[in-house]
Design a protein around this ligand. Structure first.
Ligand SMILES: Cc1cc2nc3c(=O)[nH]c(=O)nc-3n(C[C@H](O)[C@H](O)[C@H](O)COP(=O)(O)OP(=O)(O)OC[C@H]3O[C@@H](n4cnc5c(N)ncnc54)[C@H](O)[C@@H]3O)c2cc1C
Length: 308
């Protein structure tokens, strides 16, 4: 893995809610995975604990780096948050890591540390990246459609970087649809995608988070719905993929998938955990989609700061 300092080399305010940050640094020469696209590759960024200060140093740490880092006081340890590799541009020592960060506020109008950092990011600012190193096992790619005949990609703004990265790396003959809910019409981005994949942007413009997404997805699957259901019990760490269950549900990988009209579908769904939970219920419980054909991922939970 790579656990090293990188530096901002470019900042581009793409829209009211997205800022694109381009990072450079010697470690990026080795960043990446072997023999497959990065798709939704997740990474961690560690921001300085004191705005404008240096990021924490991980120099000389061994396999117990996580415990060593967590044991430090917060102002020294900084804040670790999860993001997606939107792109890698350039190669060798010129390689640049591109990350699109959502500018958001919580229900009291306060930004989290990641968002606050991105709001004022400037060339020369430094953070630490934790990500894959070529030639080593790392993990963190959940988009695994296998031989599925059609794709369904669904996300709110936090998953827009991942869906856009997936779309731009799909094979030219891929078939399916992508639904992307964003805060405003001005947040609709240009994205490269195969002709056979329909891309539908859903500007919220004041609607409840996830409502448009829920309706659009169910409509696409031929199921009627009025609105996203209220979901009371939400796992803030919701992570249900064909091979992993955060709820500890048994994942049966032995039996063949079969018995539903949606057997050829592979769905990748990420965003606010309550919204994703509502979609999971609709797809798996109501429509009978085999859970081994779906990755449901809570990228954030309303009212809950990411743990670090
Ligand atoms: C695998 C994965 C990939 C991700 N990729 C990206 C990415 O590429 N770009 C990106 O911007 N985010 C991405 N996220 C989501 C991001 O990690 C969270 O939004 C994170 O909470 C942001 O940290 P923060 O410090 O800004 O806010 P936190 O300190 O974590 O949270 C502070 C408050 O803000 C709220 N909050 C967090 N995010 C939002 C939001 N988007 N809208 C409204 N309120 C919010 C929280 O509920 C909390 O109340 C990803 C998450 C995962 C798990």
């Amino acid at each position: 893995m790579i656990l090293d300092e990188i530096e901002v080399v470019g900042v581009d305010r793409l829209s009211p809610s997205f800022v694109r940050v381009e990072f450079g640094g010697p470690c990026l020469e080795h960043f990446g995975v072997d023999d497959q696209p990065l798709y939704d590759q997740r990474i961690k960024l560690v921001f300085p604990g004191v705005p404008g200060g240096p990021p924490p140093s991980f120099a000389g740490m061994d396999e117990s780096w996580w415990d060593t880092w967590l044991a430090r006081p917060e102002e020294e340890r900084g804040h670790m948050r999860t993001y997606t590799v939107r792109d890698i541009v350039g190669t060798g020592p010129e390689a640049r890591l591109v990350v699109d960060i959502v500018l958001h506020a919580d229900d009291h109008g306060e930004p989290g540390p990641g968002c606050a950092w991105a709001t004022s990011a400037a060339v020369g600012d430094r953070v630490v990246v934790l990500g894959p190193r070529r030639g080593e096992q790392y993990g963190g790619i959940e988009f695994v459609p296998g031989t599925a005949g059609r794709l369904l990609l669904v996300g709110d703004e936090t998953a827009v970087p991942a869906v856009c990265a997936i779309l731009s790396q799909l094979s030219w003959d891929a078939v399916g649809a992508a639904f992307l809910e964003v805060p405003t019409a001005a947040d609709v981005l240009t994205v490269q995608h195969p002709e056979g994949v329909r891309v539908v942007w859903l500007p919220r413009d004041g609607a409840a988070h996830g409502d448009l997404l829920h309706r659009a997805v169910l409509d696409h699957l031929g199921a009627a719905t009025d609105a996203a259901p209220a979901v009371d019990e939400v796992d803030p760490d919701l992570w249900e993929t064909p091979t992993y269950s955060s709820s500890g549900e048994d994942v049966d990988t032995a039996t063949a998938v079969g018995g539903s009209d949606l057997d050829d579908l592979y769905a990748w769904i990420a965003g606010e955990s309550g919204v994703v939970t509502g979609l999971r219920r609709a797809l798996v419980k109501d429509l009978g989609v085999d859970r081994r054909q779906v990755a449901f991922m809570g990228y954030w939970r309303r009212g809950v700061a990411m743990r670090s």
